[in-house]
Design a protein around this ligand. Structure first.
Ligand SMILES: [Zn+2]
Length: 242
């Protein structure tokens, strides 16, 4: 009689564990989806940052271009002035300015060439990285949609697991059910129905007193571990050896 009750309790415990497992997996899905969405956002931000960096370099290059044009215009003005001056020293002073501007223009042009190479390199690198990042984003999107698919599977599975728990519970008498619920509350972690082996509870692995072992062997009613409160039973055959 009690063996049947233990059997049913073990069945219920198994159904409970199955349901909890599905429930846990289901709860993990939104967390994992959010993590993937954050990763996608990080990739998008990195793509945007690379584009901004290239644009900033282009702005710097354009500014250099403007500076060169201004310097060239200034040089042209000096040259016009040079044609108009009468005194040699004025002419030389203007020539000095023109030479100075030529030096400036040469430096600016060097900087511009250097920057143009940098822009090309950065553009190339940004394009390559964007392709890789877009590939990562695609993979993450596939992962998200897979997880969304899993959610539907798990939801369906959970519904049948809950039904299984209910029908396993319906097999038990009210008193046994109360003991089981009490043990779940007290022990917190499964399993809640455990075997006694070598006079040790296999839930907490502590030795139980002789009286408890004797109670279990009598098999009159459900016996709980004096330490962890779990329901104890003897494995088939063990009770015969006592
Ligand atoms: Zn125990």
């Amino acid at each position: 009689m009690l063996d049947r009750v233990i059997e049913k309790l073990l069945a219920l415990q198994e159904c409970d564990a199955h349901r909890d497992n599905i429930q846990n997996q289901l709860e993990r899905i939104p967390v994992e989806v959010a993590r993937s969405e954050q990763s996608i956002q990080n990739e998008l931000d990195a793509i945007e940052a690379a584009k901004i960096a290239v644009r900033e370099m282009e702005v710097r290059r354009k500014n250099l271009d403007t500076e060169i044009k201004l310097a060239e215009e200034q040089t042209a003005r000096y040259k016009t002035q040079q044609l108009q001056v009468k005194k040699n020293e004025e002419y030389r002073a203007l020539q000095h300015e023109i030479d100075g501007m030529a030096g400036n223009i040469s430096d600016l042009e060097d900087s511009e060439i250097g920057l143009m190479l940098e822009v090309d390199e950065a553009t190339e690198k940004a394009k390559k990285e964007e392709l890789e990042r877009n590939k990562t984003i695609e993979d993450l999107k596939i992962l998200i949609s897979k997880r969304e698919g899993h959610r539907e599977d798990f939801e369906a599975e959970l519904a049948s697991a809950v039904a299984a728990v209910e029908s396993a519970a319906a097999e038990l008498d009210e008193k046994s059910m109360q003991v089981y619920q009490y043990v779940k509350m007290k022990a917190k972690r499964p399993p809640f129905v455990v075997s006694l082996e070598d006079q040790k509870c296999t839930g907490c692995y502590l030795r139980v007193p002789n009286e408890i072992k004797a109670e279990i062997l009598k098999a009159k009613e459900l016996v709980r571990c004096n330490n962890c409160s779990r329901i104890l039973y003897c494995l088939p055959g063990h009770s015969l050896n006592s």
